[in-house]
Design a binder for this molecule. Structure first.
Ligand code: MF3
Ligand code: CO
Length: 261
């Protein structure tokens, strides 16, 4: 069963999603040559504390391991769940995926964005553009009355039409009082398949797109997912509320503040 949020739940989701977007927006311009991914981690930790939220990544348990950082930072061939490091110095031509997941008042907001360190190769620029547009297309497909497979197939078609591949090993997901709720939202699949979309669902839609083949593997740190062929990979994500008036992106900076003002 896909959880349906009531009025209160929607209010809380608005709040935490806007906070997650605010932190992500804060981090984007900090990405530049010469800094380390640990510098970004520390900036995220400080900003999350400043706004009074909590990282849902820090201490997140998978098997026997706990994720050791506040923000997932994945560079180039790293797809997701990269671990910030003092040793990873950013260089011109890199792309840096920032995945910010916050908890506030018992609710969770999830969003991600891939930032280039210019100049990047034209094909890398295209990878970022296509992944961002695939996310937008996926969001538009999250219409009440459609099905989860309509989101999946829309993203897959968009990405593959532009010559890239969608990761199979990780999927988008419902999000709410826990980070991962039903349904799974693959970035590949069949139109009209899966559960029907109803009002009040909060969905984390998150295409992970590889320039090369879709296969991935996980490094020995137990977290960092990389492309098997070492090709660059991009990741864009929004948390979206489904409504009778259409999908609404909740991970927009300042939204909660503006609405309560
Ligand atoms: N957005 C990621 C996900 O949905 C965040 C994971 S946090 C981590 O899987 F702790 F697992 F890294
Ligand atoms: Co997610």
């Amino acid at each position: 069963m896909i959880p349906i949020k009531d009025k209160e739940g929607i209010l809380r989701m608005r709040e935490v999603c806007s906070m997650a977007a605010t932190v992500l927006e804060y981090l984007k311009p900090l990405v530049r040559p010469g800094i380390t991914t640990m510098d970004l981690e520390e900036a995220s930790r400080a900003e999350i504390a400043r706004i009074g939220a909590r990282s849902a990544c820090f201490g997140y348990q998978h098997g026997s391991r706990r994720y050791p950082a506040h923000t997932c930072i994945s560079v180039n061939e790293e797809v997701v769940h990269g671990i910030p490091s003092y040793k990873r110095v950013l260089r011109e031509g890199d792309i840096v995926s920032l995945d910010v997941v916050l908890e506030y008042n018992g609710y969770i907001g999830d969003n991600a964005y891939t930032v280039p360190v210019p100049p990047v190769l034209p094909q890398v620029d295209k990878l970022l553009r296509v992944t961002r547009e695939a996310l937008n297309a996926g969001v538009r497909a999250a219409r009440v009355g459609s099905r989860i497979g309509d989101i999946s197939s829309t993203i897959q078609a968009y990405v593959e039409d532009h010559g890239f591949s969608v990761v199979r090993d990780m999927v988008g997901h419902g999000v709410g009082t826990s980070m991962h709720e039903p349904p799974e939202i693959p970035n590949f699949g069949k139109r009209s398949a899966g559960e029907r979309i109803r009002p009040g669902m909060t969905l984390a839609i998150e295409p992970m797109v590889n320039m090369g083949a879709y296969a991935t593997r996980t490094l020995s740190d137990g977290w960092t997912v990389v492309t098997a062929d070492h090709s660059p990979s991009a990741h864009f994500e929004h948390t979206v509320l489904t409504t009778d008036k259409g999908p609404e992106i909740l991970t927009i900076p300042g939204l909660a503040q503006a609405k309560s003002a």
